[in-house]
Design a protein around this ligand. Sequence first.
Ligand SMILES: Nc1nc2c(c(=O)[nH]1)N[C@@H](CN(C=O)c1ccc(C(=O)N[C@@H](CCC(=O)O)C(=O)O)cc1)CN2
Ligand SMILES: [Mg+2]
Length: 282
Amino acid sequence: MSANILDGKAIAAEVRAEIKAQVTERLEQDQLPPGLAVILVGENPASQVYVRNKKNACKEVGFADFAYDLPASTTQVDLLALIDELNENPEVHGILVQLPLPDHINPETVIERISPAKDVDGFHPYNVGRLATRMPKLAPCTPHGVMTMLAKTGIELRGLNAVVVGASNIVGVPMVLELLNARATVTICHSATKDLPAKVAEADLVVVGVGIPNMVKGDWIKPGAIVIDVGINRLDDGSLCGDVEFESAKARASWITPVPGGVGPMTIATLLQNTLAVAQAS
Ligand SMILES: Nc1nc2c(c(=O)[nH]1)N[C@@H](CN(C=O)c1ccc(C(=O)N[C@@H](CCC(=O)O)C(=O)O)cc1)CN2
Ligand SMILES: [Mg+2]
């Protein structure tokens, strides 16, 4: 068997085209363009790439982007003051603070300061709680983007055995909530999990987001399983790879996401969807 490729780059382009059409309609009705504030603190090279991609995506679909590239020495007090200002700005529908933050800034304090109504990353405890109680408002972008990709396979998730590897707030935990809401039977694995290969081998659907290159081996994959690789690891030669051994997993899976060009572009497309949703509701 050789898996079908779940082409996140192509699906994300479709999503952006739909968003652009809705922005055009808003502008024709003399409404404000959706506005997204993107805050980057410091000079993490990977974050700089992601933020640049977010700004480019905003331009492509006709959003107003409010960019704040702040020095690594920015104090938490100053960052919170900027968020307070953006929370009050009616031209700004969505606010995100790129993670990770420098060590002297507490990410939880910063995330909680963003108005839940403008929290287009979906990281505020209010939005996580909404997802956990099956009343989602703004859902975290990466797991929600994965759900959009899974819908493209046409496969019914209800009753599938889903295994999520990695328990981060950005990926693993909200991914579990999304899959639970789709009525999958969900297992979450993390660094204390015993016999990970056996857990993965039971999965009809496996989602991996741990940040360890090629950690999940192809021969762990149940034949016919769907494999979603959220990892983006840069190797010493500059190339990117995922958390799953791609070629050997592809030989067993029914569907698989590539890295790059899989989940990553869907994260940004979903961010745009969330921002548009806030604008349309305001
Ligand atoms: N505030 C946030 N911080 C972080 C998030 C997030 O959703 N919100 N997620 C990740 C990083 N991330 C978005 O910010 C992200 C990562 C990767 C991609 C992507 O498109 N990757 C490309 C490859 C890009 C490259 O050349 O490196 C791909 O996979 O094809 C988009 C967004 C952590 N921080
Ligand atoms: Mg995200």
